[in-house]
Write a protein that binds this ligand. Sequence first.
Ligand code: SAM
Length: 210
Amino acid sequence: MPIIDPAIEAYAHDRTKPESDILQALAKKTYAERPDAGMLCGRLEGRILQFLCTLTQAKRCIEIGMFTGYSGLSVAEALPDDGELICCDINPETAAFAQSFYDQSPHGKKITVKLAPALETIATLSGPFDLAFIDADKINYQAYYDATLPLMRSGGIIAVDNTLWHGAVLNPQDEDSKCIDDLNRFIENDARVDNVLLPVRDGLHLAMVK
Ligand SMILES: C[S@@+](CC[C@H](N)C(=O)[O-])C[C@H]1O[C@@H](n2cnc3c(N)ncnc32)[C@H](O)[C@@H]1O
């Protein structure tokens, strides 16, 4: 079920400043070439990620689940010149797609792509990070949260996508829905963070580390 009335969502999209030309081109090519293009986070969430970077004065970020690079390039655009974004993914085809756009952007130099299961990559990283965006396989959401949180600085934000899972969290039946609902409840009760679950697109759960 759509979380937001599609007309309202379209209005919010249209009243939000357009993303950069290169992000628009990336989105257009993704929708033209990929049947799974709906995974791309899009203008509203991209802009929210950029706001979060600006508000936290983020310099070091990590993305878990990069796909064709829309959210990653959105974050990179909001980082300072010496900012750094580590993007994790396992799909070489979409990683090459993303990299081709990073290479065209002046912000692409801030991005390092790690092509390996994200949990393996995270285990090699040292903090502190200012922003983490979790948007990969739902079954590992709790593991991504657990692995990422100790790497975050105080005041840093973990943003978890698809946390309303098309409404399935109201009555979770399948494995993915249960994992997402479990993580939402875990974050709600996690004394290490403050949180807000925003009903934006498919749900964006923000956890700010104390
Ligand atoms: C929803 S898409 C990410 C969308 C992207 N954040 C955006 O907004 O454009 C999920 C991505 O997670 C990746 N993924 C799935 N399992 C993974 C794993 N174990 N480690 C790293 N990435 C994984 C998939 O290959 C896919 O590209």
